[in-house]
Write a protein that binds this ligand. Sequence first.
Ligand SMILES: Cc1ncc(COP(=O)(O)O)c(C=O)c1O
Length: 421
Amino acid sequence: MLGSHVWHPFTQHALEPATPEIVLTEGAYLHKADGARILDAISSWWVVTHGHRHPRITKAIETTASSLDQIIFAGFTHQPAERLAEALVGLAPTGLDWVFYSDSGSTAVEVALKMALGYFRNIGAPRSRIVVMEHSYHGDTIGTMSVGARSVFNAAYEPLLFEVDTIPFPAAGREQETLDRFEAGSRDQRAAALIVEPLVLGAGGMLMYPAWVLSELKRIADASGTLLIADEVMTGWGRTGTMFACEQANISPDVLCTSKGLTGGVIPLAATLATDAIFQAHYSTDRQKTFFHSSSYTANPIACAAALANVEIWRDEPVAERIAALSARQAAGVRRFGDNPYFADSRATGTIAALDLRTGSAGYLAEIGPRLRTFFLDRGLLVRPLGNVLYLLPPYCVTGNELDGLYNAIEEAGERFGSNP
Ligand SMILES: Cc1ncc(COP(=O)(O)O)c(C=O)c1O
């Protein structure tokens, strides 16, 4: 008997040690029932931006909950959703004029894929191929797994996954190969969309590529009429140094997916932003052209109010300055490892830093993963490596001293677990 009825995500219960119980969250910390606190160096799966329980977001939730709860969003609207949509259109790259709400990163991506196929069907030139980037991750539903890398995460479900066209990851020095493959593959104009994680591929191993590659992908997509879907579920809300990663490539995608940091990481909400052309393809007196998608909790008013408070924090607090300072610290942090024999490929994009531990075993299921997790947890640090890839993706309130402590622990982990080539 495990003493609990909870089946945790991405957890092999037969192997895991007892699950710590968290009773309080505050700033960059999770507090355990025994009073000890853990520094949340991965922003609780990349959601928390300003810090846990920012008082302004908590207050917005309390206030809104006293007048509104879930309202059916077909045929009705409410101020939090209206005001948030207006704010998002103002913040997103230009040309994304329509906001469709859902409740998670996966649903935001599902909506994006359906919008792309609906667009081509409704304009009378159906296209159904989706082009994806090698090592991508877009979620865990059947559709999002289909556009993600085939791996141990989805091996059991592979018979249900639809076929996609894959372009290689634009590794340093091989970027042109990616662009050439996309260009050659899109000439027949069968691709409805290219979906990418802009600048940083998260679950695929915190793989980073330069902004000019993203600009070129958009140029090639435009030439063949292929839509570009930017999955900014992880990269949005400052993670890569700018509000959205697409800004660094100076592009406006046709569709943009956002979730995680949308509410500051406090409660679930997602939005898929689309161009007017995509909306207009669905705008018709013909009911068959309706965008047929919804989920029960679409545009939850309390979640929308939390997101609005998040937008106000961006407006009123020096968030950009905090991000710039954290980004500089992360760049300096990984530089420390440039000639460390136990690590390879130390890298940073904005507030995200990653480095590969040299070890006998790589890949998500590498034995080293759980051992590293325990090593860090014993030191009061929540670091959750992707196999042998160690990364730090902290909330923006993390201090320089706290980061120094994290990098010291990583150095120690290298000496303990790394193999010297
Ligand atoms: C780039 C990207 N897209 C989509 C998702 C799926 O988001 P969710 O877990 O909220 O469904 C994730 C989650 O990590 C992600 O990193």
